[in-house]
Ligand binder design. Structure first.
Ligand code: AMP
Length: 495
């Protein structure tokens, strides 16, 4: 069903770089945590005279050794595939992506949408010229618009809501791409952080709620744009600023260096930055919405220690998601931090289970306790969230099997009670253990000696930046307060 959009994604773009596709590849490599199902890069040449001959499709020479690229040859190249960035992009594949402008995308989706046709960037030839589009976030009215367009004869090639934006651009009566993009974005509702490639320029836009991050940077004479700043660190780019909520900017080729121009600013009722980016999704070395993720997670942990103290021997994180919160908890409580769960970093997505059953096999192949640290100890176990509760249950049991005296579970966010309609993959409400069960019954289910969650106020205090975070963040998965209503959310709210 196409109205089940569940995408977690990362986007990246670079303009004015002689190895644009290689830079995009490195950017995506750093954003791999945002989506492991498919990845793609689209590239194009700017239409300026160039002194280098790195572009394969040059069609003439003016006698000075310069290659002139005829506007007609400004073809968008694209390569996308299922799998990890490093596996997909071989040197040969990157050579097939010429040009000084490139955008890229990593995608994760639930099983239903797991197909190559849904991989991005989406490339299209439109009356406003060739374009490639990469999108992070979910549109809450994507399915409605799609039904309307299909009834009107539109043909869709993917099951992704991103294609709706491509159609709206193509159908816009606006005179040029810039206005067509603004026209298209004015019709969609929900979450989008997008990069759009066109010959000579990249557009970057964030919805007026600013659900998903998007940040601009500079790399020498090139401009880059990324979901997260960790991609800038890898390529040694420096952050310029965030694309603001509601802002549409164009990065265009200019002399002596590219120019960033604000094309349009959408205004909305409020900002609604995704707090879950800080809780779980973003990489700890990134700066998201003005805060470093690792520092925020440490503050979550410190606050958790104040709200739910416990007399214990060691603070143990569930790696990797609980590491920074556990550091904060340990620092605040004075209880020693111990890496008592060792993670196998080479576990693929599937593994063959032996015939005779091994208790908690799925968790055991990923995590194993250090008996010498665990035995006889009273443990505070820290993770960022409990979704279904099955992982926590297995880890608690495993620690007890290895001799832990007591296991006190502490969660560095409030109970996850509702699904996300804006781009984080969460199961349906009925599968979220906290949607129907009390904290005490969750504690019983996971077999912990005690269970404590960070409060909403405590969580928001950790992202305070001089402003009041209550009006600036989306906390819907914890509070049920959905900033933009989706038909599913509305139905759920009525239950
Ligand atoms: P569960 O066993 O369903 O309770 O899963 C809890 C674990 O899933 C925690 O370790 C979280 O870090 C992790 N987690 C939370 N949200 C997500 C998500 N959207 N996608 C993947 N893993 C998640």
């Amino acid at each position: 069903m196409f109205d089940k959009f569940h995408d977690e994604c990362g986007v990246f773009g670079v303009l004015n770089h002689e190895n644009a596709a290689n830079i995009a590849y490195l950017g995506l490599y750093a954003l791999q945590h945002r989506g492991q199902e498919s990845a793609g890069i689209a590239s194009v040449s700017s239409d300026r005279r160039r002194s280098e001959t790195n572009i394969g499709d040059a069609i003439g020479s003016n006698g000075t050794g310069e290659q002139i690229i005829a506007p007609g040859s400004l073809q968008i190249h694209s390569e996308k595939e299922m799998g990890y960035v490093a596996e997909i992009f071989t040197e040969e594949r990157l050579r097939r992506l010429p040009g000084d402008i490139a955008i890229g995308h990593v995608r994760y989706s639930t099983a239903g949408g797991s197909m190559l046709c849904n991989a991005q960037p989406l490339v299209a030839s439109t009356s406003k010229g060739p374009i490639a589009l990469a999108h992070n976030g979910n549109l809450v009215n994507g399915a409605d618009i799609r039904r309307r367009l299909e009834a009107d004869g539109a043909i869709f090639n993917t099951m992704s809501d991103t294609e709706v934006i491509v159609h709206l651009i193509a159908r816009s009566k606006a005179a040029d791409l810039e206005h067509a993009l603004v026209d298209a974005l004015s019709q969609v509702k929900g979450a989008y952080s997008i990069v759009l490639l066109a010959p000579g320029r990249i557009y970057a836009a964030r919805d007026s709620y600013g659900f998903r991050p998007l940040v601009l940077g500079r790399l020498g004479e090139s401009v880059v744009v990324s979901s997260e700043t960790c991609a800038f660190d890898l390529i040694e780019a420096v952050t310029i600023r965030e694309v603001r909520a509601g802002e549409v900017v164009v990065i265009e080729c200019a002399e002596p260096s590219p120019r960033i121009r604000v094309v349009h600013e959408f205004t909305g009722p409020r900002e609604a930055r995704c707090i879950f980016e800080h809780v779980y999704f973003a990489r700890p070395d990134s700066v998201i919405f003005g805060n470093n993720v690792a520092e925020v997670r440490k503050r979550f942990g410190a606050q958790l220690a104040r709200e739910h103290p416990v007399a214990a021997d060691v603070v143990v994180p569930v790696p990797d998601s609980g590491v920074f919160a556990a550091l904060g908890y340990a620092h605040e409580s004075g209880i020693p931090f111990e890496f008592a769960l060792v993670r196998n970093h080479y576990v693929g997505r599937t593994f063959i289970e032996p015939k005779q059953s091994i208790r908690s096999f799925g968790v055991k192949v990923k995590l194993n306790p250090v008996r010498e640290i665990v035995e006889g100890k009273c443990i505070v176990l820290i993770d960022d969230s409990i979704v279904r509760g099955t992982t926590s249950k297995k880890i608690v049991r495993m620690l007890k099997d290895f001799g832990a005296k007591e296991v006190h579970m502490r969660i560095s966010s409030p109970p996850t009670t509702g699904p996300c309609y804006y781009g984080i993959d969460t199961p349906q409400r009925r599968d979220l253990i906290a949607s129907a069960q009390s904290i005490e019954s969750i504690r019983t289910f996971i077999e912990a000696d005690s269970l404590g969650y960070l409060s909403e106020e405590g969580m928001l205090a950790a992202v305070r930046n001089g402003d009041d975070p209550r009006g600036l963040y989306c906390t819907a998965c914890f509070t049920g307060k959905y900033p933009v209503l989706h038909e599913e959310a509305e139905a759920a709210a009525l239950v």
